[in-house]
Structures are given as C-alpha cells and as structure tokens.
Design a protein around this ligand. Structure first.
Ligand code: SAM
Length: 282
C-alpha cells in the first residue's frame, strides 16, 4: 500500500522549492517572541543519505539541490535554506552527502519556546524520525494517518503556528482527502498558517485541486508555482506548487526574487516558469 519512498526524490527541484518556502514561513513566525507549533502531516524520514541507497539510485537531487548548494549569488530569501543544507553537510565541503528533509530543516530553525509535531505512516520512516529526534523534548512523533493526527492536534496550545501538508499523491483520492483534511483543520483552527504542496503534472491535475480548494470558502490563499519543464500530457512532474493559507505579511514579495532565481537555476531549458498569485484573496 505505502510504496512511495521519499528517499528517491530527496533534494529534487520540488524539495528545493518546498523547503525554501518553508524556511520563509518559519522565519516569519519567529518575528514574535511567543512560541509556535510546527506540524507536519506527512513528514517522511527527516534526513536522507545521498551517498548511496535510494537517493543515489534515482539521482533526482542532481537536478535539484546539487545545482545550488555551493552557489554564492543566491537571493537573501534563500539564505536560511542554503544554510540548513550546508549545515547538514558540515565536514563534507566537496560533495553533498546528506539532504535534510522538512522535519530537520524546520527543527534547525525552532527556538526553545517552539514545538514540533510530526505524523508519518510508513513504519521505517517513522522509526527514522524517532531516532533523529529521540533527544528532543519539544518534538512529538506519531506513526499514524496525518489527517487524523491533524484533527487530534488542533488547535495547538500555542495558538500560533504552521501546518505543512505534503502527501505522496499515490492514492487516487488524495486530492479529496487533502482538501477535506484542510477544511476540517481550518474549522478547528482558522488562524493557523497552512502550506499544501502539490505537483504540477498532467494538465488538469493542479487545476482541479485548486478548484476544490477555492470551493471550500477559505479566504487568503496564496500560490507559489515553479515549473522546470514544459507542460505535456504525460504524468511526469513538470513543476511544484505550494498553496499557503493565511500567508504571513510580505511573503508574496519575498517569494518573487526567490522563485525567479530558482527558475533560472533549475529549469532544464527555456521552459522554466514561475508565478505567485492569489488563488483566493482576502
Ligand atoms: C512527500 S513525502 C514527505 C516528505 C517530507 N515532507 C519532506 O519534505 O522532507 C510523503 C510522506 O507521506 C507518507 N504518507 C503516506 N500516506 C500517509 C498518511 N496517510 N499519513 C501520514 N503519512 C503518510 C509517506 O510514507 C511519505 O513518507
């Protein structure tokens, strides 16, 4: 049933896009001293070895983070993300050996007053998370369905925070589950920030997800899209999108130089495109 393993895709262009935006969202939450809660419904393994194993077999990171991590001319809005990757590879200045997944990137940015809750269904990946964060008192990990966990965890006691929903889209009904999961969560906690990742692949896929999201009645949804290949009829992923509900102030402005730079660096040819737009305004 759970055949998806993120290790095959770790550090690809979609991870770069998603994780760079994630750092901006967390940094915005840190503008206030009061603690916040970071929640992930589909957390993955937390960290991936690029020196062998599944990531090396797929080599997707070579068209992603490997093109960027040693660049010096990146925009300021990418600095936290690049720092997180470099930190994970301390002591290996020549070759990228490890890719930090979203839980590790987020955890590196949390302060003592912040907390993190992670759900992951795959037993191996859930165990990796347990091992990774065994010594951390402010991290809760549960091996369970992320949408169910979300209902149990909301609203967090801090009443401030971010939920990342990053499903694998291996189930046919994932779009419906995602939209319903977000709607249920939003009803419990309407002031939280929610970031939903989805792939840009065959025509119609993203559009139908966006229509369903708009139809929920939730307001203030900002979408950040990055495409690295031209659209086509095949199911292969051409790009990556994040829909952010209740985006922090000035996120839109921070995203523009970031996506523009990523697009120049990551697009395979002149088919690269990026866009920041309001799916639903105020
Ligand atoms: C795209 S990966 C997550 C990657 C991670 N967020 C990152 O960026 O580093 C999706 C993960 O969801 C897990 N998964 C699949 N169905 C799930 C469910 N119903 N609840 C929780 N996790 C699930 C998969 O095992 C996989 O590890």
């Amino acid at each position: 049933m759970l055949s998806y393993r993120h290790a095959y895709h770790a550090g690809n262009f979609a991870d770069v896009h998603k994780h760079a935006v994630l750092t901006l969202l967390l940094e915005a939450l840190k503008a206030k001293h009061k603690g916040f809660c970071y929640i992930e419904t589909h957390a993955g393994a937390g960290r991936y070895s690029l020196a062998g194993g599944l990531s090396q077999q797929a080599s997707e990171y070579r068209r992603g983070i490997d093109l960027l991590w040693r660049c010096a001319d990146f925009p300021a809005s990418l600095a936290l993300y690049i720092d997180a990757v470099r930190c994970a590879n301390k002591g290996a200045p020549e070759r990228l050996r490890t890719y930090p997944g979203s839980p590790c990137i987020a955890h590196a940015l949390l302060r003592p007053q912040d907390s993190m809750r992670l759900a992951e269904l795959h037993p191996t990946d859930a165990q990796c998370l347990q091992t990774e964060f065994a010594a951390e008192r402010n991290v809760v990990i549960e091996q369970r369905d992320g949408y169910q966990a979300l209902q149990a965890w909301l609203p967090p006691s801090e009443r401030r925070g971010l939920v990342l929903l990053d499903p694998a889209y291996e189930r046919k009904d994932e779009r419906q589950r995602l939209v319903q999961g977000v709607l249920d969560a939003y009803r419990r906690w309407p002031t939280g920030i929610y970031a939903l990742w989805y792939p840009l692949r065959e025509r119609g896929f993203a559009e139908s997800l966006q229509r369903a999201l708009s139809a929920t009645g939730i307001r203030r949804i900002l979408v950040a899209e990055l495409s690295v290949r031209a659209p086509s009829a095949s199911r292969a992923m051409k790009g990556s999108a994040l829909a952010v509900i209740n985006p922090p102030w000035r996120l839109e402005q921070a995203l523009e130089p970031l996506l523009s730079w990523l697009c120049t660096r990551l697009a395979a040819d002149d088919a690269g495109r990026w866009r920041v737009h309001w799916l639903v305004p105020e």
